[in-house]
Design a protein around this ligand. Structure first.
Ligand code: FES
Length: 265
């Protein structure tokens, strides 16, 4: 884990409140894994705590962060201009297990859960068969997919309002896929709203498929120094910022244990 001042290369609006920031780092890019996150310091650090932001992609020395500007801190990020610096802390958390070869993989991202997906697919696609299911409320929520630019993966999109792809949700597509696919699915990776992950985990369990979920919790410190992100798992209390954010769904999910309001029941 490093503390690094990085230079903003680009900070653009993708759609609605969704933004993509690209920064140039020195130490952080080479140590970052898909599924990890960073704590980003706001411009006015006296006002707000660092904000946890998922790592979206790494491209050479460039780190990409896809974020939603909703609160005070993330709105501050949108005001960062090219060549300004921002202090980042990370990489933090465990990341997805991507040490796989020759597997049939389904990756499911919903809404802001699309944030870790690009780098995850990048880490898996050369050695595995990937189907990516992306979903969101509307066209704006899935617009980031246009920037993924992956070849040789199967892409399926669903939106709640039907403005892009299928009118429905990612779980509908997953169920359809399981009905029609000739080959078995070896593993599902997912990130998104908790109800979506709960439903994905349930389908995975019913079909005996390994499933990794990336939990998003409120995080104050990001470095296991408070109790803000503690959750109860089958293996005891865990801190999402340190033991996660990626967990095997069977460790946290007895099918219905992901709490839609965050954390586990
Ligand atoms: Fe403080 Fe995880 S955010 S312990």
């Amino acid at each position: 884990m490093f503390l690094e001042d990085v230079k903003v290369i680009e900070n653009i609006q993708i759609a609605d409140n969704y933004y993509l920031m690209r920064v140039e780092g020195i130490k952080t890019p080479q140590h970052s894994k898909p599924g990890q996150f960073f704590m980003l310091q706001c411009k006015d650090s006296s006002k707000v705590l660092r904000r946890p932001i998922s790592l979206h992609n790494v491209d050479g020395n460039i780190l990409e962060f896809y974020y939603e500007a909703l609160g005070k801190g993330t709105k501050e990020f949108t005001r960062l201009s090219t060549d300004e610096t921002i202090n980042i802390q990370g990489p933090l958390g465990n990341g997805y297990d991507i040490d796989l070869k020759g597997k049939n993989i389904v990756v499911i991202g919903g809404g802001m859960g699309m944030a870790p997906i690009k780098y995850l697919i990048k880490g898996l696609k050369d050695n595995n068969n990937i189907t990516f299911i992306g979903g969101g409320r509307n066209a704006g929520a899935v617009k980031i997919i246009e920037k993924f630019n992956f070849e040789n993966i199967e892409l399926k999109v669903a939106t709640d309002d039907g403005s892009v792809g299928l009118k429905g949700n990612t779980v509908d597509i997953l169920k359809e896929l399981l009905k029609n696919k000739d080959e078995n699915i070896d593993i599902i990776y997912t990130c998104g709203p908790h109800p979506m992950m709960e439903a994905v985990a349930k389908v995975a369990q019913e079909n005996n498929i390994r499933c990794q979920v990336s939990l998003e919790e409120r995080m104050a410190c990001g470095i296991k120094a408070c109790v803000g992100c503690s959750i109860l798992t089958k293996k005891g209390m865990k801190k999402v910022c340190y033991d996660g954010p990626v967990f095997e769904s069977i460790d946290i999910v007895d099918v219905d244990v992901i709490d839609p309001n965050g954390g586990c029941k």
